[in-house]
Design a protein around this ligand. Structure first.
Ligand code: ZN
Length: 157
């Protein structure tokens, strides 16, 4: 069966092994570029507010996910928040075991209507509680690259 043939019986699926060379350039887009540039250059966190809906997005968005309106206003937020949910991660993305388990939390970001997924640091899993106040920890300014890893994680506030 060739790649253009239609699959009518899913119990007779086949697959092809091999590699497909793909070259790409990933860009953050306008919103995320503002977000990561503010962290890299100033150690500040930005959110964006849809004036139509009143929703404050974190990280910055260029368009409202509810009304699809363009968002141009950014607002500074402290980057602090509260743990909404958390888990302990034992496997890497390739399913190999991690050297050390990692704590990951979904954080209600203060001053926004959004939750942000990132590492929890400086705390043991048995100490974490839903509602625990946390603050972001950034890399030293000289080491920031305008990347999600500029945020080392969140620790108890
Ligand atoms: Zn909106």
């Amino acid at each position: 069966m060739g790649l253009t043939e239609r699959i009518n019986q899913t119990d007779q699926l086949s697959y092809y092994e091999g590699q497909i060379p793909v070259e790409y350039v990933y860009t953050y887009g306008l919103g995320l570029e503002k977000f990561f540039r503010a962290i890299k250059d100033d150690g500040k966190f930005l959110a964006s507010r849809c004036l139509e809906c009143g929703i404050t997005y974190f990280p910055v968005r260029s368009f409202c996910e509810r009304c699809l309106g363009k968002i141009e206003d950014t607002v500074a937020v402290p980057g602090t928040g509260k743990v909404y949910a958390f888990t302990v991660v034992h496997l890497n993305m390739d399913e190999s075991p991690k050297k050390e388990p990692a704590l990951v939390a979904l954080i209600d970001v203060d001053g926004t209507d959004c939750r942000f997924l990132h590492y929890l640091t400086g705390v043991e899993a048995y100490e974490v509680r839903v509602g625990m106040k946390v603050k972001p920890i950034l890399k030293a300014k000289k080491d920031r690259r305008g990347h999600i890893e500029d945020i080392l994680g969140f620790q108890p506030a």
